[in-house]
Design a protein around this ligand. Sequence first.
Ligand SMILES: [Ca+2]
Length: 85
Amino acid sequence: MFQDNGFAGKGLSVNATTGDGLSDLRIYGFNDKTSSISIIRGRWTFYRDINFNGPLVTLTRGRYSSPGAAHIPNDTVSSLLRVAP
Ligand SMILES: [Ca+2]
């Protein structure tokens, strides 16, 4: 996950087993900062609110260079969960 479009700016690398994730991106200094996402493996859900709450978007392996590409409003992701290997 990256702070700027085009996989630029500050990044946060996330790995988790299926069914696990990061419930509160505030802990990582990355709350409401995500603008681009690269997914190397798995299927993940990205939530607007902490603790896997609020509107969500599910993404699979791929490179999403902007909020529009990921279909996620800019600077809103607060938690994420890996839902499939
Ligand atoms: Ca949020």
